[in-house]
Design a protein around this ligand. Structure first.
Ligand code: SR1
Ligand code: MG
Length: 430
């Protein structure tokens, strides 16, 4: 029995999409010519949706349509179509703060749960570029700007409480997408679950050890609790290298369908975790040992510059935009009997405490994001494309070694440089 869908919804295909787009004047005009002149290809390689590229005589567009189920698994796992609404809404909000980092939305159809956006060319998915060993010089600065702006301006540091609560309520409905994260990232890899898979038998011992590690499961459960209960800012919700499209000079963040108000460290940490995962996968893609040493050095430098840049930029935004209800100005400057210097010093101390907690959250979420891609349902092509199973398992084992440390030892790790040093030491011991 096909899944029930709302009236007016139908999943499009390469044959029916052109006829639909012909009825949307802004898109038809952009493509140029008539439907018969358009080339349509379904190119979705993600886990959830249909993605079409449409090329016309004048220009191209990208069309994303939600399916009523999880594409990776099939119609046995229904999923609300409303995720397209959340993606569209989140993009509109983030565009106020980081428009240059997002694709332009050209059209949204609330009945078809379909978003048409600019065709990004010659951009490619960053994960694919990293598998090929490509350096992206503009990536760090762009991602610092995107994460700092998108998170700061949707937090209580920038928003008045009423507006923030209205937005939290709006995004609280994205329950099913959050549930995917709660199960697949924070729960299943740590228990026997039907959908788990890993490189077996090579990693059987480490999968077993992780399922039996009570300290790890406690730490992961605390991170899950924060994910469930701390609505700090509007998150992208799935910020990995597969959600970023790049060229040497441009960076665009796509796919915010998991958006909701959650802990800021989840977005920043997931990105760091995916960069680390790419770091450890490089050994599986080099023809000769050491061939990718320079590339590994670029990845670790990128991770350091990303976190340090994010921290610096976030504090700058905080000092320049104290418009929210948190940390009221008259508690930290004006009302201070010793004058504003003491108030600023006090705010500086609070910012230091805030950023340290955020750093520890990031490390924990980075570790969880790495573990789930090796022991859970949804793996990354960074590792999956390493054909030799023994080599892949060796890369994955090193990844898990660091990931477990990040989750369990976050409080003891002094800096991002200590993280990249740990990664380099594990790699050097290979
Ligand atoms: C069943 S969905 C699996 C994963 O795909 C998305 O990219 C998210 O990361 C999700 O956890
Ligand atoms: Mg996605």
């Amino acid at each position: 029995m096909p899944l029930a869908t709302p009236a007016g919804y139908r999943a499009l295909d390469e044959a029916t999409l052109a006829a639909y787009l012909e009825t949307v004047p802004t898109i038809a005009g952009r493509l140029g010519g008539a439907a018969a002149d358009w080339r349509v290809a379904e190119v979705g390689d993600g886990n959830l949706n249909l993605v079409f590229l449409v090329e016309g005589p004048n220009d191209g567009v990208c069309v994303k349509q939600a399916l009523p189920y999880v594409r990776l698994v099939g119609d046995g796992w229904p999923l609300p179509l409303e995720r397209a609404w959340f993606e569209h809404e989140a993009t509109q909000i983030q565009a106020r703060h980081a428009a240059e980092r997002l694709p332009a939305i050209l059209h949204y159809d609330p009945q078809l749960y379909l978003i048409a956006m600019e065709r990004l060319a010659p951009h490619i998915i960053m994960r694919r570029g990293m598998i090929a060993g490509t350096v992206y010089p503009a990536f760090v600065d762009h991602m610092v700007e995107y994460t700092a702006n998108a998170l700061y301006f949707t937090s209580d540091l920038a928003l008045r409480a009423g507006e923030k609560k209205r937005l939290v309520a709006q995004f609280a409905g994205n329950t099913e997408l959050c549930k995917i994260t709660e199960d697949l990232i924070f729960t299943d890899p740590y228990r026997i679950a039907e959908l788990n898979r890993w490189t077996s038998p090579e990693l059987d011992d480490v999968a077993l050890a992780i399922r039996g590690d009570d300290g790890l499961k406690r730490a992961v459960s605390l991170l899950k609790l924060k994910f469930l209960s701390r609505g700090e800012a509007l998150l992208h919700g799935d910020l990995h290298t597969g959600s970023i499209m790049v060229t040497a000079t441009d960076t665009k963040v796509i796919d915010p369908e998991f958006a909701f108000f959650g802990p800021m460290g989840f977005d920043v940490g997931k990105l760091i975790g995916n960069l680390l995962l790419s770091y450890f996968s490089q050994a599986g893609h080099e023809q000769e040992a050491g061939e990718r040493d320079d590339y590994r050095a670029w990845i670790t430098a990128t991770i350091e510059r990303f976190w340090n840049g994010f921290e610096r930029r976030f504090i700058e935004l905080w000092l320049a935009n104290r418009t929210g209800d948190a940390f009221p100005a008259d508690l930290f400057e004006n009302a201070d009997t010793e004058g504003s210097d003491a108030g600023r010093r006090s705010l500086g101390q609070a910012q230091h405490i805030f950023m340290r907690e955020l750093f520890e959250d990031c490390l924990g979420y980075a570790g969880c994001s790495m573990i789930r891609r090796i022991l859970g349902l949804a793996h990354n092509i960074d590792m999956e494309w390493i054909e030799d199973q023994g080599r892949r398992a060796a890369c994955e084992r090193r990844t898990l070694g660091l990931a477990v440390d990040l989750v369990k030892q976050a409080r003891q790790i002094p800096s991002i440089e200590a993280v990249t040093a740990k990664a380099a030491a594990l790699q050097a011991a290979a």
